[in-house]
Design a protein around this ligand. Sequence first.
Ligand code: SAM
Ligand code: DTB
Ligand code: SF4
Length: 347
Amino acid sequence: MLHSDPNIDGHRQIWTAEAARALFDQPLMDLLFQAQTVHRQHFDPNRVQLSRLLSIKTGGCPEDCSYCSQSARHDSGLSASKLMEVQRVLAEARRARDAGATRYCMGAAWRSPKARDMPQIVAMIEGVKALGMETCMTLGMLDADQSAQLAEAGLDYYNHNIDTSEAHYSNVITTRTFAERIDTLEAVRQAGIKVCSGGILGLGEGRQDRVDMLVTLANLPSPPDSVPINMLIPVEGTPLENAAPVDPIEFVRMIATARIMMPQSHVRLSAGRTAMSDEMQAMCFFAGANSIFVGDTLLTKDNPEEESDMRLFAKLGLQPMVAHEHAPDEARRAALLADDPAIPILR
Ligand code: SAM
Ligand code: DTB
Ligand code: SF4
């Protein structure tokens, strides 16, 4: 038995805050070994999924998220734009696909989508799918009807982050509640769309908030398929512009704990990589991160140049995952276990 003490509910582990905290607090080498062991049970450790982001509607957002460059309530100097035309989105998506991205994530700075925007959104989903990529959208809050429309259009993933713990939430965002975030995740799940949900480190939260955020995610009716872990990009003009930087080892612990608690999920090393060394990113991959955003821009802020990412992948012997490659099936898992001398305890 690995070092954790989750309650077992049928086949599903229900995580207590105490068990999750015990994982997070372990000596780093024990935590990393456990995370890498779990990672190898479910994934090829040398494959990383590549997602590409496009901001399809930038800035002017009515919400007050204190980290965000796109809130109309902060003066970050960003100019707001309207929803992008479908043909332009598809041209960008084609370029991303030709450069190796397997998932295309489209983000809009909305509290929630308006009915008049839905036909354009649906056309984007259909067009990107026709290019052979997985589709992901992040458009703010959704109700059951909106979720059903997106599912009908063929949307694969919906990104909606809980961002931090329930206890810390109102220190970061006041224009919506943590419970509303969970409601959207449930509407998306009920519609049959895969859920992508994670959060940010560096919002002034403590370790317990980090642990509690992971407990909420892992205990959802089904854990998210993708879990983005962002490191705050401090944005001038936002309330968090001078937030204290996150300790890199603490960030690695977060990735490792997420990997152990959500063994089947893609854990995405998301925003903040331009401020991370190669060594820190390598530790994150070792801790079980197996997805990144590629391309030199996230939504509004910088991401590493593609060339420098490919150099890093070459140095580490990492390979991009191919489109629609997910957790290995049982045969693949058995082969991984049989072949791998690094995981003797699992034989
Ligand atoms: N408006 C939609 C929403 O909030 O769900 C979608 C777009 S929003 C920009 C997507 C996510 O990006 C946020 O939930 C947050 O986790 C992340 N994010 C935004 N600004 C960030 C920053 N400066 N640093 C790190 N992550 C950030
Ligand atoms: C997520 O968790 N991170 C991405 C994606 N989901 C939409 C967004 C990161 C945004 C970073 C700040 C910016 O580019 O404005
Ligand atoms: Fe708007 Fe999303 Fe930014 Fe919050 S995180 S201000 S909802 S774009």
